[in-house]
Design a protein around this ligand. Structure first.
Ligand code: MG
Length: 264
């Protein structure tokens, strides 16, 4: 019985189609060249050499060699009032302190994609609660706020706390240092790409570290920062870095060591 089944199968495989298929299987073809390590290694173009900053001795590094230094502790020559005219925040002892009366300041230069480094400190004697406690902000392209606030043992709405994309996306964690200590923001911003009708083809995106801890991981930004109402889409290719002079009654915060590296 077994023998007859095998014979039947052989008869089937001998039909015209199967004979052709068998012949093709037996044909030999050239094989890809065997891979060697060097086949997946390339040497050009070499990345530009960038010299990292060095320790300043006060808990931060100086700017890397290819950065544009926006504030080096000496003057506000790279800045202007957001209302027009010179920036008149107070520069003292290597730091920059918000002047709430004079309003926001922004860089004279505009940027598209970038890596931004900003250090900021809430005064040791800060008072107030929720949003009225050391409120400021870093506006990317002058439109999108990464919140600055004293959230050390100070609760507020989560999409308005330190490191939030204000009124949009809360930070992943609360990485605050206590008042009187310096906090460090390292921000990577990818500018939006627009359709011809002015809407987003790709929205802006942002990654934020505070004190080396990830707060925003390539977060999509929905549009402009609005205190009241929904974000808007504004067709803008480049914009300044803007620092907020918030009107809360608490003491003004300070900034230092601000630099930016434009990215492709
Ligand atoms: Mg703010």
């Amino acid at each position: 019985m077994k023998k007859s089944i095998v014979k039947a199968a052989w008869v089937l495989c001998a039909c015209g189609a199967c004979v052709a298929a068998n012949a093709q299987q037996q044909k030999t073809y050239p094989q890809p060249e065997r891979m060697r390590p060097g086949m997946t290694e390339y040497w050009t173009p070499q990345p530009l050499v960038v010299t990292p900053g060095h320790d300043t001795g006060v808990g931060s590094l100086t700017a890397p060699s290819d950065a544009i230094v926006l504030f080096d502790g000496k003057d506000l020559s790279k800045w202007e009032s957001a209302k027009g005219g010179p920036a008149d925040w107070e520069v003292h002892n290597g730091v920059l302190t918000v002047n709430k009366k004079s309003g926001d300041i922004q860089t004279k230069e505009k940027f598209k994609n970038f890596q931004l480094h900003v250090e900021w400190m809430v005064p040791k004697d800060i008072t107030g609660t929720s949003q009225a406690r050391g409120n400021s902000g870093v506006y990317l392209q002058g439109l999108y706020e990464v919140q600055v606030l004293d959230c050390y043992h100070n609760e507020t709405y989560v999409n308005g706390q330190t490191g939030a994309i204000y009124k949009q996306t809360p930070p992943l964690v609360n990485a605050m240092r206590k008042p009187g200590e310096w906090n460090v923001y390292d921000i990577v911003f990818t500018a939006p790409v627009f359709k011809t009708n002015g809407t987003y083809l790709y929205p802006p995106r942002v990654t934020v570290f505070q004190n080396g801890i990830l707060l925003q991981n390539n977060t999509a930004i929905w549009g402009t920062t609005e205190y009241i109402g929904l974000p808007r889409v504004v067709k803008q290719e480049t914009g300044p870095i803007l620092l907020q002079a918030h009107g809360d009654p608490s003491a003004s915060i300070s900034f230092r060591n601000i630099w930016i590296r434009p990215l492709p």
